[in-house]
Design a protein around this ligand. Structure first.
Ligand code: RIB
Length: 291
């Protein structure tokens, strides 16, 4: 079944920096590059490279047509990516020598999705198909509600995190993917322990400490693989996309979690966001040598 991913497509402007600039500081970068990013696009590419089928629903400006082409080249169905008159979404990203980042995003075309675009995208979906959402486009609550009304399952990567938005999304969500800090903030907002959040499937990524997964039947964790990161941008997106794709392909959650963890481990050893996501054969090869 294809995953329908209503998600952002960004042009990532990446500056490698000796340290993050302080207020008032002007800093010369070490290097600069531009590439494909956006949490939605990164997740679509992760799903496709994991072996899954994915229909990406989004918007770019004329300046982002190359990004659409890149998604198509990776096997993502892009017939629901429309072109806007304005600019594409973009992100300005600083990456330091430890591979950590700070990111500022501009929504651009990502914030121009319409009700009819969502309706068209959901038109051919079948009950039981997955809809994936993040917080970088408009219309996510409406999309989740429309998908639930059609019997779809909704996966929600609650990033960039906003506790108030996440709390509104929760009643319409079957799987939530958050990092450790976001999980704690969400639990705090909803006045309950993380484990009691009213979502059937909860995926919590914990960076170098691994990840945990729980649903009504089981709860377990996976340790992170030890690697030396050069750029952690998009690692969470890789994890979520891979995990959802492998679940959708029929892997049990423990296997999906291990594969997703390996994919994210490889991804952080390479520069960039979407361009750093490994193929499933690279992931299987990695797992052979990292038992
Ligand atoms: O999660 C990483 C992504 O966040 C980057 O690719 C950037 O575009 C922002 O959306």
């Amino acid at each position: 079944m294809p995953v329908i991913n209503i998600g952002s497509i960004n042009i990532d402007y990446v500056h490698r920096v000796p340290h993050f600039p302080a207020a008032g500081e002007t800093l010369r970068n070490l290097s600069y590059s531009a590439g494909l990013g956006g949490k939605g696009a990164n997740q679509s590419i992760a799903i496709a490279l994991a072996g899954g089928q994915v229909d990406h629903v989004g918007r770019v400006g004329e300046d982002g047509l190359w990004a659409k082409d890149k998604l198509t080249a990776h096997g993502v169905n892009t017939s629901n990516i429309l072109t806007d008159n304005g600019a594409s979404g973009h992100a300005v990203i600083y990456v330091d020598n430890a591979g950590e980042n700070t990111i500022v995003i501009h929504g651009g075309a990502n914030e121009n999705l319409t009700k009819s675009q969502i309706a068209n995208a959901l038109d051919s979906a079948q009950p039981g198909d997955w809809l994936l959402l993040q917080n970088e486009t408009n219309m996510i609550l409406q999309a989740a509600q429309a998908a639930k009304a059609k019997g779809l399952k909704v996966a929600y990567a609650a990033a960039p995190f906003d506790a108030a938005i996440a709390a509104k999304m929760i009643p319409h969500v079957d799987l939530i993917a958050v990092n450790e800090i976001e999980a704690a903030q969400l639990a705090d907002t909803m006045h309950m322990p993380v484990n009691d959040l009213p979502v059937e499937k909860i995926l919590i990524t914990k960076g170098s400490k691994g990840a945990t997964y729980s649903d009504g039947d089981e709860s377990f964790g996976v340790k992170a693989f030890k690697v030396t990161p050069v750029d952690t941008t998009g690692a969470g997106d890789t994890f979520t996309g891979y995990f959802l794709a492998r679940l959708d392909l029929g892997d049990d959650p423990a296997t999906a979690l291990k594969i997703a963890s390996a994919a994210a481990a490889i991804q952080v050893t390479r520069p960039g966001a979407a361009d750093a996501i490994p193929t499933i054969s690279e992931v299987f090869e990695f797992l052979e040598t990292h038992k």
